[in-house]
Ligand binder design. Structure first.
Ligand code: BGC
Length: 721
């Protein structure tokens, strides 16, 4: 695998002696700016500027010095924004030295119309690498460009579990498994925050559809909330140490996310012990008093409820000053913790922030997230000399390299698949191209070539779910026509999530490349020719039919009378297919390689848990061997089956790791299962418990290929948090 050097925080260095006269002028000119704190660092009049104090102590000192107006200013954005770029803005305070907050979107790079930025692959692509190191680097690149654009709060990542396969924002997420999403979230958040900006875990909670998203009410039981929808946020807070959480548009059990005391106080503050601030999604605040009391700290993007109305509510005593203080404190503590008071940010919205190193990473992430789904008779990798017909949206008319909505970006360029393939094949093979608008013409060039490669896509975006799982714009007919003309047909999917493939048995090769970012064509050419051995795995299930999916009734999605009933409960994604004995088209965790692997020698210790305290892990050891002829990477996946179903899905992913092996190489692999991996949530007792009985530990390379198995016996039933 390629190596990338660690990115460094942009440091502000100034040759003081040469520029001494200019410094005085500079100090005077910035004294009135939001960055005054850094230059006018008088710790006598501003004791909160003492860096030796804790963020909490500094926030308390500052809070004490703030007027009511100054506090109110912190708990909402300013809309329209008095500054170019960004999507959210909270003015700084020059009297007290509080830095302005500049919030920007972007889950695959800096959004909001920013120029000269790197378009990374969509998060679903990065997640398909199943590589937390890659996600960390993804966060570093994103965070680095945001920071150098002047952003100090980056509105990423989106970590909701994908419940509905048609969800328009599936491409922004990591997929359908709570544990998996949590691991990806930890890595990306740490990566973003290592570069300067505060990250934002969004969208909290049950944000699982776009249709009717401003009013939709998710009806979901507490066990399901705890076992499926909450864990990614728990991981983001406990291990990712995320600074902010964005509450969502939708309602959960009758109450809007941003005024829901159970979500914002019981779960987030009391149970997860979150110390950062909660901001509303844009326009997701619906009240003043209810929101302030429930635990919303900051309204975005404007002051409709948290400006004058909050001031009035405080004057009338409906909201106490101590409640306001608590909101302000929760905003100030992370600002201190992330050094925004102490560090100057020199970039602006017009800064040129993309770099060759980031472009190389964008390519690497696209390659690593590409999933090989079918490879009949080893049609792939392509050999030199095989003529190729490239067909479909690969030529520049509309290559689908990124999704829309607030994740939309201005790409500096996109290498189209046809350009990438032509460049790679130059001097070695003939490449013809047809855009696919005329299936007869496409079939004609397919017939004349040794191999036909058809690029199909879906145009996914925030704000709309896909109406169904079919490919739009007659693309199925195009594939059928090409496959009928040439049996060596390979289909490349550029989709934001699963699609139905009625033609799948008629083609020889199938690749899910998702939305690959600016290096699209280079990445797919490298995979097709085997310069890079595919190692991606699906982070969500691809169904075989429209009816056999977990959310097939209207009551579940898009809902009836504004209510979506989560009647599938814990059976989300692959859990449902396993529970209902439904064979999906491609299961969760699935993905092929140009080499082969064998797993063996599974050992699980201890085999019996009796008096174990709640901190002890179960250790899973095994051997992995690359049994093929070329280097490749495999993802080892560990699933746990509970002793009794009791409403639990048959098995759930509880650990995974990716290993890179040379041809013939073997390696020992060790994974750990913490007590939570064996536990279920008891909604009556409000706690996690590990029921007694025989647990099965299943190990393999996809949720439906688990050849190794051992039992662990739990003899005493216990509770823990
Ligand atoms: C989206 C958020 C985004 C915000 C600001 C909302 O519509 O749901 O993800 O951060 O807009 O653009």
């Amino acid at each position: 695998m390629r190596q990338y050097t660690k990115l460094n925080l942009p440091l502000f260095r100034f040759p003081i002696d040469i520029f001494a006269p200019a410094i005085l002028l500079l100090v005077l000119s910035v004294a009135t700016s939001p960055l005054a704190a850094v230059s006018q660092n008088s710790t006598d009049s501003r004791p909160w500027m003492h860096r030796s104090l804790t963020p909490e102590q500094r926030a308390d000192l500052l809070l004490h010095a703030m007027t009511l107006d100054e506090k109110i200013t912190m708990v909402h954005g300013v809309d329209p924004r008095p500054i170019q770029g960004y999507v959210g803005f909270v003015p700084g305070n020059s009297r007290l030295g509080i830095p302005a907050l500049r919030l920007a979107d972007g889950r695959a790079g800096v959004g909001n119309g920013a120029k000269d930025v790197t378009l990374l692959p969509a998060p679903i692509t990065a997640a398909s690498s199943w590589d937390t190191n890659l996600l960390h680097k993804f966060g570093e690149v994103l965070g680095n460009e945001e920071w150098r654009k002047g952003t100090n709060v980056a509105l990423a990542p989106s970590i909701d579990v994908v419940r509905v396969p048609e969800w328009g924002r599936t491409f922004e997420s990591y997929g359908e498994d709570p544990y998996f999403n949590g691991q990806m979230a930890i890595a990306e958040i740490q990566g973003i925050q290592s570069q300067g900006p505060i990250a934002d875990a969004n969208m909290y909670l049950t944000m699982n559809q776009e249709n009717n998203r401003f009013k939709e009410d998710s009806i979901v039981d507490r066990r399901t909330l705890h076992e499926i929808y909450l864990p990614p946020f728990e991981a983001a807070i406990e291990e990712g140490h995320v600074g902010t959480v964005m509450c969502a548009y939708v309602k959960t059990n009758g109450s809007y996310s941003c005024e829901n005391p159970y979500l914002l106080t019981t779960l987030l503050r009391k149970q997860l012990d979150f110390h950062g601030w909660v901001m509303s999604d844009w326009g997701a605040t619906h009240s003043t008093v209810a929101s302030a009391k429930a635990g919303l700290d900051q309204e975005m993007p404007g002051a409709k409820y948290y400006g004058a109305p909050l001031q009035a509510a405080i004057a009338s005593g409906q909201v106490s000053t101590s409640t306001l203080d608590e909101h302000v404190r929760r905003i100030l503590v992370p600002i201190f913790r992330f050094g925004l008071f102490d560090r100057e940010q020199i970039g602006t919205w017009n800064s040129y922030v993309r770099t060759p190193e980031h472009a190389a990473f964008s390519l690497h992430a696209a390659e690593q997230g590409t999933v090989l789904l079918k490879n009949t008779d080893k049609i792939l990798p392509l050999s030199d000399g095989e003529s190729i017909a490239v067909i479909g949206a690969a030529g520049g008319a509309k290559p689908k390299a990124s999704g829309g909505g607030s994740s939309g970006m201005i790409a500096p360029y996109v290498i189209t698949p046809v350009d990438g393939i032509r460049k790679r094949a130059a001097g070695r093979a003939q490449v013809s191209y047809a855009d696919g608008s005329d299936p007869a013409k496409a079939a004609e060039i397919a017939k004349a070539a040794k191999v036909a490669i058809v690029f199909v896509n879906t145009d996914d975006s925030e704000g709309r779910d896909r109406p169904n799982l079919e490919l739009p714009d007659h693309q199925d007919e195009l594939v059928e026509a090409v496959a009928a003309a040439n049996p060596n047909t390979i289909v490349v999917l550029n989709t934001g999530g699963p699609v139905l493939m009625p033609w799948v048995d008629k083609i020889s090769g199938l690749i899910e490349a998702w939305y690959p970012g600016q290096e699209d064509g280079t990445a797919i050419a490298a995979i097709l020719y085997g310069d890079v051995n595919p190692s991606g795995k699906l982070p969500l299930t691809f169904p075989r039919t429209a009816s056999e999916i977990p959310t097939s009734t209207a009551a579940q999605w898009p809902g009836v009378n504004g209510r979506s009933t989560y009647s599938e409960k814990l059976d989300v994604g692959y859990r449902w297919y396993d529970a209902h004995h439904v064979q999906p088209l491609f299961p969760f965790g699935y993905g092929l390689s140009y080499t082969s692997f064998k797993l063996s020698d599974l050992r699980v210790t201890p085999a019996k848990i009796t008096g174990m305290d709640t901190k002890t892990n179960v250790q899973v050891d095994l051997q992995v061997k690359n049994t093929g002829k070329r280097e490749g990477a495999e993802v080892i996946q560990v699933y746990v089956e509970q002793p009794e179903r009791n409403g639990e899905p048959p098995r759930q992913l509880r650990a995974f790791t990716k290993v890179d092996l040379k041809a013939g190489q073997s390696q020992s692999v060790r994974l750990n299962l913490n007590p939570r991996a064996l536990s279920i949530y008891d909604p009556d007792l409000h706690t996690w418990k590990m029921p007694s009985g025989e647990y099965k530990i299943l190990v393999g390379t996809s949720s439906r290929d688990l050849p190794l198995q051992r039992d662990v016996e739990v003899t005493d039933h216990r509770m823990h948090n």
